[in-house]
Design a protein around this ligand. Structure first.
Ligand code: FMN
Length: 326
């Protein structure tokens, strides 16, 4: 793919001259409208739901309106270079697909993880596979081509299963581990609660568990033969309140670079690095997990500016939105 990602527009206009209109949406509103038309109502609900009254979800969007770009002129080389290095890989663009549990349900054949992996192969934009997927991780990574893929871990409270998931990700060719630390309990999502809509409890997107012997060995029958028993076991192992000790343990389990996903405070960023993280993934989970948080965009400078050196010397010096009058 060309480094000038915007060049795809030229193809769109040429196609139109030949009478071919693009079937793809071009702005976020159109993406949302088309998704609402295409997806079953329960999938759309799950994908779009926010925690509480949705304040933090909306804050994430609104924050972008408060920032702008001042472009400089007469400087650009003809080939723009947006490339970055991440997880020891050189990437053509500074973006990657975040882990979306249930993206597996967002394609007509309910194999959306594979569809996203193929999109990753075609575009060079890395795909992150959620713990919740419709196909096992080994199958999905086969479709990412030359583009690196990342595996997202929800750490279960069963160390054998946790180690199994981590080792499988490393052995099957994922390039980084995203350890999500903000979701060890369920987010409060009224839109889903109204309809009792939690697709995992109906057996969707459980393939990373169902394909793992450290999960199935606790069951009397295969998951597809006794789904309720499999889900009962899942309910026992999923909720694990994480500590920094857990991160140190994960560090001992893999040589893969580790990103800690869900960091919002500079002190946590420092602790994550001190306890084995290679990358800090600043996010509030899109406002799905907890409400009343500050937008990720506003949090980012405080975390990024966290100075080197001992915590004792630095804490309190960092301008941080949570500590200011807002
Ligand atoms: C439908 C949906 C499912 C998600 N599932 C996961 C998940 O399984 N694991 C995870 O770490 N994050 C999950 N997220 C959070 C996203 O990875 C991401 O953090 C969020 O969309 C906000 O984007 P941002 O982190 O770029 O601000 C999910 C988000 C959505 C909208």
């Amino acid at each position: 793919m060309s480094n000038n990602f915007g060049d795809f527009q030229i193809g769109v206009y040429f196609d139109a001259v030949n009478g071919v209109t693009s079937r793809y949406p071009f702005d976020a509103e159109a993406v949302q409208r088309k998704a609402a038309e295409a997806l079953p109502d329960w999938v759309y609900r799950y994908v779009s739901a926010a925690s509480g009254d949705g304040r933090t979800q909306q804050e994430n969007i609104d924050a972008y309106k408060r920032y702008g770009i001042i472009p400089r002129m007469m400087l650009s080389p003809p080939e723009r270079d947006l490339s970055i290095d991440l997880f020891g890989k050189h990437l053509d663009s500074p973006i990657f697909m975040p882990p979306i549990g249930l993206v597996g349900l967002c394609s007509p054949d309910f194999q959306g993880d594979i569809a996203a992996a193929r999109a990753s192969a075609a575009t060079g934009v890395p795909f992150s596979l959620s713990t919740f997927s419709q196909a096992p991780m080994e199958e999905v990574i086969k479709h990412t081509g030359d583009t690196p893929g990342f595996y997202q871990l929800y750490l279960p409270n069963d160390r054998e299963l946790a180690a199994g998931l981590i080792h499988r990700a490393e052995a099957s060719g994922y390039s980084g581990l995203l350890v999500t630390v903000d979701s060890w309990s369920l987010g409060y999502r009224p839109m889903d609660l109204e309809h009792g809509n939690f697709p995992q409890f109906r057996g969707f997107c459980m393939q990373n568990y169902y394909s793992d012997e450290n999960f199935t060995k606790h069951l009397e029958k295969a998951p597809h033969e006794d789904q309720p028993a499999a889900l009962r076991h899942y309910a026992k192992i999923f909720q694990h309140p994480l500590t920094w000790e857990d991160l140190r343990w994960i560090r001992t389990q893999t040589k893969l670079p580790i990103a800690v996903k869900g960091i919002q405070h500079p002190d946590d960023a420092r602790l994550a690095i001190d306890n084995g993280a290679d990358v800090i993934y600043v996010t509030n989970h899109g406002g799905r997990q907890a409400n009343s948080g500050i937008s990720t965009l506003e949090l980012l400078p405080g975390v990024a500016a966290y100075p080197e050196g001992s915590r004792e010397n630095q804490v309190g010096r960092i301008p941080y939105p949570a500590d200011r009058d807002r």
